[in-house]
Design a protein around this ligand. Structure first.
Ligand SMILES: [Zn+2]
Length: 312
């Protein structure tokens, strides 16, 4: 069996913002606890996330934006908090390093599956990335991790077709903005609508497959959307690599949103994507953690996601 890579870094747990903020370091601990309790952890190959390079960031972010984020970052040993948007996206002393590790994890994941050292990879990182646009931080996201990994696959590994699939409850507006005019990328998403960030329903370019789901939608509704819209487009596209924006905040135990998915739905969609990767991409799949704020359901959902990548 080829290895499943699990990529994380202690630095990602040092980024902590205000006490009431839902995007907490304990999210990663909940995943680690689940891996220990279930025994999956010993089946994975563990890697430390490297720091992303400026060159890798500039494939998807404007230089002026990267400069602004770096200049905004408080010193590591200070208690200063700097807000990058209307209040959701906050930097403290350790945030810049955490964000560089989170994006670097996606790059390492791509390198591992492209070299064959791993068949697939999961990046257990924070801050998340899919709301970050070329020149805008928002929704807890600073650098768009999955986009940085995708652009690395195109630019460094020379791939011509990369699928980015996003099942977070929130629309991945940043990923969509970055790749809207990039025919080498097919972006498929499901998300609650109308809901933050209130994007994803304008029919734009053919490489975007957006599936809004109404408040209260169940796993059956989610599976129907995936089978009716994502899978035919993905089969036609024949991706050479599957990137996943893996947010688990559509779970029915999640307070932040109003969809009703359960662990079985995450296991099911992961098997769909793994089978797709097996058919077209030599099994290559890189999954990046996005949302998921209820710690118990987050841990369980990531557990079944990894089970399905392993092939259970
Ligand atoms: Zn989300």
């Amino acid at each position: 069996m080829t290895a499943i890579a699990f990529i994380t870094h202690h630095d990602c747990t040092l980024h902590r913002v205000a006490a009431h903020h839902p995007e907490v370091p304990e999210r990663l601990s909940a995943i680690d606890d689940r891996l220990l309790a279930s025994g999956i952890g010993i089946l994975l190959s563990h890697y430390d996330a490297p720091l992303v390079t400026r060159e890798q960031l500039l494939r998807v972010h404007d230089a002026g934006y990267v400069d602004w984020v770096e200049a905004s970052a408080p010193p590591q040993d200070s208690d200063t908090m700097v807000c990058l948007d209307e209040g959701d996206t906050v930097m403290t002393g350790h945030t810049l390093t955490a964000a560089r590790r989170a994006a670097g994890a996606a790059v390492l994941g791509v390198d591992l599956v492209m070299s064959g050292e791993a068949s697939s990879a999961f990046c257990s990182v924070r801050p998340p990335g899919h709301h970050a646009e070329r020149a805008r931080a928002m929704g807890f996201c600073i650098f768009n991790n999955v986009a940085v990994g995708t652009a690395h696959a195109l630019a460094h590994h020379g791939l011509e077709r990369v699928a980015v699939v996003d099942f977070d409850v929130h629309h991945g507006n940043g990923t969509e903005e970055i790749f809207r005019q990039e025919p080498r990328v097919l972006f498929c998403s499901t998300f609650q609508h109308p809901f933050y960030p209130f994007t994803g329903t304008e029919k734009e370019t053919p490489n975007l497959v957006d599936c809004p789901l109404p408040r209260g939608a169940t796993g059956a509704d989610f599976r129907e959307a995936v089978l009716a819209h994502w899978m035919p487009a993905l089969e036609d596209f024949r991706p050479q690599l599957v990137m996943v924006s893996a947010g688990f905040d559509a779970h029915r135990e999640e307070d932040m949103a109003d969809l009703r998915l359960v662990e079985d739905d995450y296991a099911w969609v992961t098997r769909q994507l793994k089978d797709l990767a097996d058919r077209h991409a030599g099994g290559r799949l890189v999954s990046c953690l996005e949302g998921g704020y209820d710690l118990s359901s987050l841990g369980r959902s990531v557990g079944v996601h990894l089970d399905a990548l392993i092939g259970y």
